[in-house]
Design a protein around this ligand. Structure first.
Ligand SMILES: [Zn+2]
Length: 279
């Protein structure tokens, strides 16, 4: 039970801080021109054909499920049966780490290492990032060794994202040590953005590592009404930017929610594995 508590990265001030969320207010209501604001297009205009073609490109969405490692096989199976490409992030060194990763791989999901890293507020209650974590006090050698061990612990992984990590991801030296190890394995990096001042994406780009960042946490509040709000934000952002990365967690409530919303959403957007949006 203790480990389960520690493994859950939805702790206050980690994911739940409004400052770490992409602000809603930046989303414009629509990028569509109003019908009266432009000269009507000429008949047979090739430009209008091109424009309508571009508009019909569906947005791309990567759906990542965090915190595998202790999950029941039945829940992992449900996640991987969602009928859209799924990426699962697996915590190392837990009771079901290898079993969860192998099952997800068998069922066609993409696997990434969910790397435990020190959060701000450690060692406060609920702030232990988990087994094999990166701590700020560790030397460069220790950080590189811990990353390599965790990488070795997750079968089939081809990338990683951070579990917690608000003390680590704003630190250039530590992120460079971590991401150089990712580069050596040709892994991609997904910045979970548990801290608004993270420089994970920036350092990854400098090192030439394919990278992407989380825009929406789906289930900080697992109440279906709240998840619906986050889902609508995600769809809106996807329409605006053409792409979005959503992170949810391996909770029964989240999986039930996704089972309900994905049939409709997959008509409006193209779901892809996270590696497809890394650049
Ligand atoms: Zn996590």
């Amino acid at each position: 039970m203790m480990i389960l508590y520690q493994a859950n990265c939805q702790k206050k001030n980690e994911n739940n801080n409004p400052a770490t969320q992409t602000p809603l207010v930046e989303i414009p209501p629509s990028t569509e021109p109003t019908p009266t604001s432009h000269t009507p297009p000429k008949a047979n205009s090739s430009n209008s054909n091109t424009a309508s073609k571009a508009k019909t490109q569906p947005p791309r969405i990567a759906l990542v499920i965090d915190d595998l490692g202790q999950a029941e096989s039945s829940l992992v199976s449900r996640v991987c049966s969602l009928k859209v490409p799924i990426t699962v992030a697996v915590l190392p060194f837990l009771s079901h780490t290898k079993e969860n990763a192998s099952l997800a791989n068998t069922k066609g999901a993409e696997i990434i290492l969910h790397m435990p890293m020190e959060p701000l507020g450690y060692p406060g209650p609920g702030k232990h990032p988990g087994e094999g974590a990166i701590f700020y006090s560790q030397t460069e050698t220790e950080v590189r060794q811990n990353i390599a061990r965790a990488m070795d612990n997750i079968p089939y992984a081809k990338g990683m994202n951070n579990h917690m990590g608000s003390r680590i991801t704003p630190d250039r030296d530590r992120m460079a040590w971590i991401l150089e190890e990712a580069k050596a394995r040709k892994w991609y990096f997904l910045d979970s953005r548990t801290e608004k001042d993270t420089i994970g994406l920036e350092v990854a780009r400098e090192l030439g590592i394919p990278a992407l960042e989380r825009k929406i946490f789906l289930d900080d509040d697992p109440n279906p009404t709240e998840m619906h709000k986050q889902w609508e934000r995600a769809m809106s952002l996807a329409r605006q930017d053409g792409r979005v990365v959503i992170i949810g967690h391996i909770h029964p409530e989240t999986v039930s929610f996704l089972e309900k919303v994905l049939p409709k959403a997959s008509l409006e957007a193209t779901f892809v594995k996270a590696s497809a949006l890394a650049r």
